[in-house]
Design a protein around this ligand. Structure first.
Ligand SMILES: *Cc1c(COP(=O)(O)O)cnc(C)c1O
Length: 429
């Protein structure tokens, strides 16, 4: 396997230890234990700024997709940069508010918003509800009317373009559960236009995640613009175009386009259209901002060399990072620091302590390893901690934000008792 390039803001010290900004992985483990999620603040800011720069003078809003990494420490860094947010539950809205984010700059996506969630979002002054079905549109109109409010809405249309990504994270095909088929959106917009409790503010689409090619983004933008024209012909004016998230990152050997190419692909369609000239473009990136900024640092507990397979058993598992088990994702794993154990060269299965054969973080990784060594799973800043569970009664890992030579513990390791704090032993009889 080729030597893995480290992401920006990750480097090696002279003796080969992994460093996040100016802090070594081993210093982090000494202080906060293992496994621990480590994020580079500079990496988050630089990804956000790359998108901002690509828009230049163009009116835009970057709504960070909270589900990628919803730690309020991360959200606060983005809120300070002026980010908006894309949420998929009321809980995420509450996090945005706890982090100092602005509900008015927040869009609410998701196919199953409950009545309580819609009420809560309207009461908080949500910027836009991205509506995913006719039934949801009717429910929003009713609730807003009861609350004597006007709900800002956008229809999430499904442009039926193939994002050519993993089937579980492809969302823009007509047989996906997401959005409203683009050719069925017009009558719904017309109906919404007649409702006093609804204000049409935009169109929205999100075609999938981990896209490594810009052409589906361009196709989707073209289809969305076509609909915008048909709406304009009917006197329905939009205030923004939301073209979703989905830009991919490099996990192993993918070659995703840089931020500027993504934005350029969108702008090549939108800027050329007189109708959309002054219309702000909104985007909803999650993975691109948080993914490369994070690593899961873990320690080798045991080596179990064998004739057929050799196992390196680490202290992180599928409950900490489920992407490999859930999607079969390949994630780069690099050595992060040496322990005291005898070293052994082999091709390792990198597995966790959980009682499932699916509990692996990597297959066939050639390494010289010793017990006590530290490893880091790279690109783990997005859909890492946010998808973690307590399976096998494993407390979720600590999360640390590195800023230069300083560490901030943005979430402490879960205390064991908290795992059953909400549980009750029933009476004996
Ligand atoms: C998950 C999601 C995103 C973010 O996707 P990334 O691939 O992380 O950029 C954006 N919009 C919606 C509606 C989503 O569900």
């Amino acid at each position: 396997m080729p030597q893995t390039d480290l992401p920006p803001f990750f480097s090696r010290t002279a003796n080969g230890d992994l460093q996040i900004e100016q802090v070594t992985a081993s210093a982090i483990v000494d202080q906060f234990g293992s496994p621990t999620y480590v994020y580079s603040r500079a990496a988050i800011e630089s990804a956000f700024n790359a998108l901002t720069d690509a828009f230049g003078e163009r009116a835009h809003r970057i709504c960070y997709a909270v589900k990628a990494n919803s730690n309020i420490g991360i959200l606060s860094v983005l809120a300070r940069l002026g980010a908006g947010f894309d949420i998929v539950s009321y809980g995420e809205l509450a996090r945005v508010q706890a982090a100092g984010g602005d509900p008015a700059k927040t869009v609410f996506s998701g196919v199953g918003k409950s009545a309580d969630e819609i009420r809560g979002a309207l009461a908080a002054g949500i910027g836009c509800l991205n509506v995913e079905s006719e039934a949801e549109l009717r429910r929003i109109a009713e609730i807003a009317s009861e609350m004597q409010r006007i709900a800002p809405i956008s229809l999430r249309v499904n442009p039926d373009v193939d994002a050519r990504t993993h089937p579980y994270i492809s969302t823009g095909l007509k047989d996906n559960k997401f959005g409203i088929a683009i050719d069925e959106a017009l009558p719904l917009y017309e109906w919404a236009h007649t409702q006093p409790s609804l204000e049409i503010v935009g169109i929205d689409c999100h075609i999938g995640s981990q896209l490594t090619d810009v052409s589906p983004f361009r196709d989707a933008a073209e289809r969305v613009m076509k609909l915008a024209h048909r709406l304009a012909e009917r006197g329905i004016e939009l205030k923004h175009l939301d073209l979703g998230g989905g830009l991919g990152i490099r996990y192993t050997d993918e070659n995703p386009p840089p931020a500027a190419d993504w934005i350029e692909a969108i702008r090549s369609v939108v800027d050329a259209d007189p109708l959309a000239h002054d219309l702000p473009i909104w985007i909803e990136p999650g993975r691109f901002i948080a993914g490369p900024a994070g690593a899961l640092v873990t320690r080798v507990e045991y080596l179990k060399p064998g004739r057929h397979k050799s196992f390196a058993i680490i202290d992180a598992a599928m409950n900490d990072l489920m992407r490999p088990a859930l999607y079969g994702s390949d994630m780069a794993i690099v050595s992060a620091g040496r322990g005291d154990g005898d070293r052994l060269e082999a091709t390792w299965e990198i597995v966790g302590p959980i009682c499932e054969t699916g509990d692996f973080l990597g297959h066939d990784r050639p390494f010289e390893l010793g017990e006590g060594d530290l490893l880091a799973v790279l690109g783990a800043g997005a859909y890492g901690f946010s998808m973690a569970s307590n399976y096998n009664t494993r407390p979720r890992a600590a999360e640390v934000l590195v800023d230069g030579d300083t560490c901030h513990e943005i979430r402490r390791r879960e205390p064991l008792e908290s795992l059953w704090a909400l549980e009750q032993v029933p009476p004996a009889e």
